[in-house]
Ligand binder design. Structure first.
Ligand SMILES: Nc1ncnc2c1ncn2[C@@H]1O[C@H](COP(=O)(O)OP(=O)(O)OP(=O)(O)O)[C@@H](O)[C@H]1O
Ligand SMILES: [Mg+2]
Length: 297
């Protein structure tokens, strides 16, 4: 938060940090703001990321990042996948299950990944979330459902390399900042999940290649797919799209993060941008510039 404020102050903006919850509401009602730089992840439901922007819409204060509809939609991975798929963006085949009964008509090819349908920052993706057979999945589902406290998204496992794509801008102005490959250290791709465990120990568990050491055509294709998903979900100002290659070597959309982490040291988007010559202050500036452009302020 302080790093974002410092980057904005450095180019002449005046900032104030507003807390969360009631403090935030009071502060917004008491003092005028030209623009809110939104990093609020909210709390509780799958609409949590829409709480703050909905309130800002209600009181007529402009804000950066996507609107409440996109934020809520993107957090529910099943719904987000339906929308991107309907726009012709490739995404692994999936199902949503709450009970073992829901597995009766499952038509997915194993291995399958099981993740909470509306959770962020790999909260639910554990190292054991890949299932090789229906029998294994059936045995594990009740416990997964309990642990996740929400329906389980079952998705065909993409066993190829993993990428994440940084995007800034809105609509026709949206552009790829860069593509970064997440390369596991000491683990084969067949068992790799970029899980919370891995993210916590990223220095030991993965290498980041930004740009990827891959064929330029493939990298362009990954960027194009990510941009297609970003536009299909009507993301604004900034986002990070997770993509993985299937066994067929083709890229598939996994999820979009319309509120990507902006930690100046460990944020994936920040590392990715730096690898493409975009400094932290420049990245923050791009987000604000995009918001100001679409808002004409
Ligand atoms: N269908 C899949 N095939 C292969 N790997 C997958 C699949 N789904 C998820 N993963 C792995 O699990 C990781 C986390 O999944 P995903 O990005 O969907 O969830 P997340 O926990 O919300 O992540 P974030 O921290 O970016 O919000 C991915 O980065 C990827 O490594
Ligand atoms: Mg992810």
């Amino acid at each position: 938060m302080k790093a974002i404020a410092a980057a904005l102050e450095a180019v002449g903006h005046r900032t104030r940090l507003v807390g969360g919850g009631r403090d935030f509401v009071r502060s917004m009602l008491d003092e005028k703001s030209d623009l809110v730089f939104n990093i609020a992840e909210g709390w509780g439901t799958r609409s949590r990321e829409a709480h703050v922007p909905s309130f800002l819409e209600m009181i007529g204060v402009p804000f950066t990042h996507s609107d409440p509809l996109t934020l809520a939609l993107s957090l529910d991975k099943g719904l987000a996948k339906r929308v991107v798929a309907s726009h012709g963006v490739a995404t692994p085949r999936f199902a949503v299950a709450s009970t073992v009964k829901d597995l009766a008509k499952l038509e997915l090819r194993f291995p399958v990944v099981a993740k909470p349908v509306a959770e962020g920052s790999s909260m639910g993706i554990r190292d054991g979330a890949i299932f090789d057979s229906l029998a294994d999945l059936t045995a594990a589902l009740p416990e997964l459902r309990r642990a996740y406290r929400q329906p389980v998204l079952l998705e065909e496992f993409c066993s190829g390399p993993e990428f994440t794509v940084g995007i800034t801008g809105t609509g026709p102005d949206a552009e790829v900042v860069g593509v970064m490959e997440i390369v596991p250290r000491g683990q084969s791709l067949e068992k790799f999940l970029y899980s919370l465990d891995v993210k916590r120990n990223w220095r030991e568990r993965v290498e980041y290649h930004a740009p990827p050491k891959r064929d330029a055509k493939l990298v362009r294709e990954i960027g194009k797919l990510a941009l297609g998903a970003y536009r299909a979900l009507e993301c604004r100002d900034v986002g990070r799209v997770d993509v993985r290659l299937g066994a067929d070597g083709k890229p598939y959309f996994l999820e979009v993060n319309p509120l990507p982490g902006l930690n100046p040291v460990s944020g994936d988007l920040v590392i990715l941008a730096a690898g493409h010559g975009v400094s932290y202050p420049q990245l923050i500036q791009k987000i604000v510039d995009s918001a100001r452009k679409r808002l004409a302020i």
